[in-house]
Design a binder for this molecule. Sequence first.
Ligand SMILES: Cc1cc2nc3c(=O)[nH]c(=O)nc-3n(C[C@H](O)[C@H](O)[C@H](O)COP(=O)(O)OP(=O)(O)OC[C@H]3O[C@@H](n4cnc5c(N)ncnc54)[C@H](O)[C@@H]3O)c2cc1C
Length: 481
Amino acid sequence: MTVTLTTAATPETPDIEVDVLVVGGGGCGLVAAIAADAAGASVAVLEKQSRLAGNTALSSGSIPGAGTRLQAAAGVTDGPDVFRDDLMRVSGPHDADHLTERLAGLSAELVEWLIDEAHVGLTLVAGYKHVGHSVTRLHAPLSRTGADLMADLEAEAERRGIPVAPGQPVVELTVADGRVTGAIARDPDGRESRIGAKAVILATNGFGGARDLVAELCPGAQAATYAGATGSTGEALRWGRALGARTGNLGAYQGHAGLAARSGVLVTWTVVERGGFVVDASGQRIGDETLGYSAFAGVELAATGPLFMVYDARIEADVAAGQPEFAEIARMGDAVAGTTAGELAQAIGVPGDALAATIDAAADAAGQADAFGRTAWGLGALQAPYRATRITPALFHTQGGLAVDRDARVIGADGAPIPGLYAGGGAATGISGRDGGNGYVSGNGLLSALGLGLIAGRSAVADAAVPDGEPNLKVQQGVTT
Ligand SMILES: Cc1cc2nc3c(=O)[nH]c(=O)nc-3n(C[C@H](O)[C@H](O)[C@H](O)COP(=O)(O)OP(=O)(O)OC[C@H]3O[C@@H](n4cnc5c(N)ncnc54)[C@H](O)[C@@H]3O)c2cc1C
């Protein structure tokens, strides 16, 4: 239910009173709102943008679940301990180990809750491995788009009659006696509304779109092209800092090493899984691409000059068949073709001898470790005709944020929760290590967003002691539908 807020009669009187106010209408926010509604609370969602189009809608909608019934049906044996160990192996110790444990433990319940309670269509993603996972564990909409995930969550919020107010950013939190009591939102005409709440959930994502915060906290990603949603400008972090909240893992981010430089379409890392590799302007490789798309973004950021993903026509056809969006690369003219290594080299402007030698060396290495330690070569040696796409490293989203406990309560300077304040997704501390893009495992973003959203929605209601079964307060005044 889309709503517009109206202006307060007096500056101190809330226009609206709800049990749970959710700030940010992305994946975290909608899951938190649905969970709080399901627990019997009155809820409202405020969204900065004119439509719900945060990072969740841009994602491929892949959500890890360890021990789901979908895995069992596919014969995959998995569980929270295996998943936690996978996550910790990639991230190393960080500021939110307790969240790794909590979210790995929740992941199967999360996936099944999304299907059963939030009516989100999810299937187990088979057919290719995922960075950091020892078993097949990612669940996604059939279309593999976050847009469909968001459409299902929006439909569920609508079905439940949860008021969602787009185009009405929160500009300030209200606080009384150390307790967060609500927020002030601004409508497109600049009028401000005051919303009172027993609990406020910050679901505003991270600060990837705020150049000042990226420069201060994630300097390693400064040179990357920002490819996330424009709404991720770090308000939760700024408000939390002002309230003295603790923070964690602020230098960590999800990068992607394969943004097509011309069109901005993604060269999926499945191309690397099938045997593709990256060369620089000298026609030589720059590292082990199988580190993963996020970690390899760091390798690319340290390189100079143009970079190219080199693959062949077999890989192009194979990957495009499973991931139709990759076919866009060829359709949009981002895939340069060459019937020989020399022809390809000429087309992309790198030395022919060097590129031919690089292709030969990769062929020799197939099946064993090469000079960079790469051992996996997918379909084996590249075969003519060849393809190349110019790529550039991207920043998808930041992974650091406000410190939260196992119940998604924001932690204050004294180590105790700040009463009334919760955070999830990119607004909260992530589980991808302390620094850089190396600690990111596929699905970490949505696991933190949807998992902490589910936790925050439930614990906000429990803490506010909303009696189960009591009529929802819903929005009482100051709202037009
Ligand atoms: C191209 C791409 C692909 C990705 N693929 C995956 C994937 O497959 N799996 C995975 O796990 N992760 C993936 N990620 C990361 C994932 O998208 C994010 O980690 C996740 O969506 C974050 O969810 P969120 O709810 O915290 O933020 P968002 O979905 O961005 O929602 C935050 C919302 O808050 C709003 N907002 C911000 N400030 C305010 C304010 N002041 N007032 C009101 N509203 C506000 C924003 O406009 C936005 O709508 C991908 C990211 C990108 C960019």
